[in-house]
Design a protein around this ligand. Structure first.
Ligand code: FPP
Length: 250
C-alpha cells in the first residue's frame, strides 16, 4: 500500500473532488519556456490526480480544463490547448478502460472545435459503462453561464406550463445544471497558490471544503492529493449545524 494511504481514513473520503489546475504558465516560465510547454507537461499531473482519487474510492472527479474566460487567451495558446485535449483524450482511451474511468463533460462544449467535440463524444460514449470513477472535464465552462442557462430553461418550462413556479426548488435547479448527474462537490483543490474560485461550480460548491496548495499544476502528484485528503479529514463539516449535533441525527 502507498505509504501516504495509511494516514487516510478510507471510510471518510470525499465523494466528489473538483480541481482548478492552475500554474501551468508559471511552471513553464520558471524554466524559460513558452506557456504551452506547461500545458503539455500537465498530463502526468492529470493522470496522478485521477488515479489517486480512484485509489481512495472517490467516485467523482471534475477538472477545470478550459473556462469560458480562457477563450480570450492568445489564439496560439487556445489552439494548443484544443490539440492537447484531442490528442490526450484519444491516447488515454485504453487507460480509461483499464482503470474503469467513465469520462463526462460539462460546459458549452458546442463552442469547442468540431474535432474536439467529436473525440470528446466518442470517448464519453466508449467509456459509458466504466464504473470505478467518473472523470468530468469542464470545457468552455463558466458557472454563471450555467446558472443563466438553467434559469432560461426553467422559465421556458414555466411558460409552457411544464413547471409550476411554486414547485421550483433546489432539486429542479440542480436538474437543469450541466452537473445534473453529479453529486455536490465535497472538496475543491486549487494549485499554484491562488485562492479564488474563478467561476467554477459555484452552486455545487455551496458546502465544499476548499484546499489551496502552492504546488504548480505540472508538479502535482498523488502525494499532494493525499495531503489534501488528510487535511479534509481533519476538518469538521457541519453543514450549518452545531459541533454537538454532528454525529447525531438531532
Ligand atoms: C491553468 O494554468 C491551466 C489551464 C487554463 C488549462 C488547464 C489545462 C491542462 C491542465 C492541460 C491538460 C488538460 C486536458 C483536459 C488535456 P495557467 O495557464 O492559467 O497558468 P498560470 O496561472 O501560471 O498562467
Amino acid at each position: 500500500m502507498d505509504e501516504k494511504l495509511r494516514g487516510i481514513n478510507l471510510n471518510n473520503v470525499p465523494r466528489h473532488i473538483a480541481i482548478i489546475m492552475d500554474g501551468n504558465g508559471r511552471w513553464a516560465k520558471k524554466q524559460g519556456m513558452q506557456r504551452v510547454f506547461g500545458h503539455r507537461n500537465a498530463l502526468t499531473a492529470v493522470r496522478q490526480a485521477v488515479e489517486a482519487s480512484a485509489d481512495i474510492g472517490t467516485k467523482f472527479i471534475t477538472l477545470y480544463a478550459f473556462s469560458t474566460e480562457n477563450w480570450n487567451r492568445p489564439k496560439l495558446e487556445v489552439d494548443a490547448l484544443m490539440s492537447l485535449l484531442i490528442n490526450s483524450l484519444r491516447k488515454e482511451l485504453p487507460d480509461f478502460h483499464k482503470n474503469g474511468i467513465k469520462v463526462n463533460s460539462i460546459g458549452a462544449t458546442e463552442k469547442l472545435p468540431k474535432k474536439a467535440q467529436r473525440v470528446l463524444q466518442e470517448v464519453i460514449h466508449e467509456t459509458r459503462n466504466n464504473s470505478t470513477i467518473t472523470l468530468t472535464f469542464a470545457l468552455s465552462y463558466g458557472s454563471r453561464e450555467e446558472i443563466v442557462n438553467a434559469i432560461k430553461n426553467i422559465s421556458k418550462k414555466v411558460v409552457n406550463n411544464e413547471i409550476d413556479v411554486k414547485k421550483i426548488d433546489e432539486k429542479i435547479i440542480n436538474n437543469h445544471l450541466y452537473t445534473f448527474n453529479l453529486p455536490d462537490v465535497d472538496l475543491m483543490i486549487r494549485t499554484s497558490g491562488e485562492q479564488r474560485i474563478s467561476n467554477f461550480l459555484l452552486w455545487q460548491m455551496a458546502y465544499a471544503e476548499l484546499y489551496f496548495t502552492d504546488v504548480l499544476w505540472p508538479d502535482f502528484r498523488k502525494e499532494h492529493l493525499f495531503d489534501a485528503i488528510i487535511n479534509y479529514q481533519n476538518r469538521e463539516r457541519r453543514f450549518g449545524k452545531t459541533s454537538e449535533q454532528i454525529g447525531t441525527d438531532v
